[in-house]
Design a protein around this ligand. Sequence first.
Ligand code: ARG
Ligand code: ZN
Length: 469
Amino acid sequence: MPVRRWRTAVVGGVATATLLAGAAVAAPSSGAGTVGSEGAGDPYFPRAGNGGIDVVRYDLRLDYDPPSSPRRLVGRLDGVAVITLRTTQRLTRFDLDLRGLRAERVRVDGRLARFSHGRGELRIRPARTLPAGEVVEVRIAYGGRTGRPRDLGGALYGWVTTADGAMVASQPDGSSTWFPVSDHPTDKARFRFRVRVPEGLVAVANGLPVDRTTRRGHTAWSWHAADPMAPYLATVTVGNFRLDRYRDRSTGVLVVDAVDRDLPRSAAAGLAATGDMLDFFERRFGPYPFAAYGAIVDDDDLGYALETQTRSLFSGAAEEEVVAHELAHQWLGNHVSVERWADIWLNEGWATYATWLWAEHAHGRPARRAYDAVRAIPASDPFWHTVLADPGPRGLFDAPVYDRGAATLHALRTRLGDRDFLRLARLWVWRHGGGNAGTAVFQALAEEVSGTDLSGFFDAWVRTPRKPA
Ligand code: ARG
Ligand code: ZN
């Protein structure tokens, strides 16, 4: 059993630290009694998210100093996170996720709270027991040095320090590298950001830009993201950006793009189709679900793009196909989100299938041809050897999740017919928008819409590690 260190917060400028050996305290068993569990219960990331709480809003006030030399990519982040949450059980203690940064002071409803921090869990003991169903404000001062964290598969993610700022892409569990969070897609919340950076740099976040003030060599950028958002979709990306704002003519969606000034104009050429894509996807999936849209195109390279909510993030360039993919995620992945990370094919399969549909519409390339290309992969290829609805935490972003996922949807369309398939797509977004749903619920909806038993189809396509017949 690890030694638990309960740190009393700084009182009247004097830090009093209490050390308690683990053996001397009753072991708080996760989930039992009045202790919020350390995870949301997702087997892929057991400590991501937290039990006993439901976050309503994050108000993040950040100060960021980018690296002083491009040779050493280390920045400095200091923040105050004001988190409004509702308790879902009576609590003497609850956790938030926080990695790499140090919590300095924690208050619950204004009163200093004791806390300990280890293994990515910030354990908070409020001064009084919190009744179930109460809304409380947790205020955490924290900070530290930022680096370049990597996910289980080795890709850069989380708060990625760059030479001119930071690129922040937190899927699947990287939010805790930059703020104290209940980091699971089932705990959606509203966000406000106020990010102070050296004058001349731009901090871009989700939602709508609301304010910008410059004082003494620093600019504070404020953004509001009022639509419920899974924490991994939050971003604060800092760099040398040009902001470009317009209202899309056919859909009326407000678009705010941020393109790195250090990139050639051609790097953002793919964004030109955004308006037509908004219109195309609205006709298929229903109204665009959020208050704004836009892209961030950074000159640094993550090796992938991310559908950060309302403001998709692109590395190096925004290619048309990827622009379509990340935009489609706003409906499929962001508005309707996974219940468990094992369901990731519902995000990536749908977004990939949406690009097949877009290519058919815009360039006359039939979706059937993309489907045939996947079907042409021989049965002996390892491509067919993953269980689509359970790819494992290291396989979340592997090719089968995208391409077998899209092929599954195309096969389902062939099985259901165009009319029922389109009804299924719209109903899926309509019914589960703002929330979470998994594979079993998707199958049930497809069965409801078509009035047929699809268990054989779903077993073959998503639950069996073999090429479907
Ligand atoms: N969801 C992103 C996309 O569709 C990919 C994210 C990859 N993330 C990662 N940590 N490797 O393109
Ligand atoms: Zn995707």
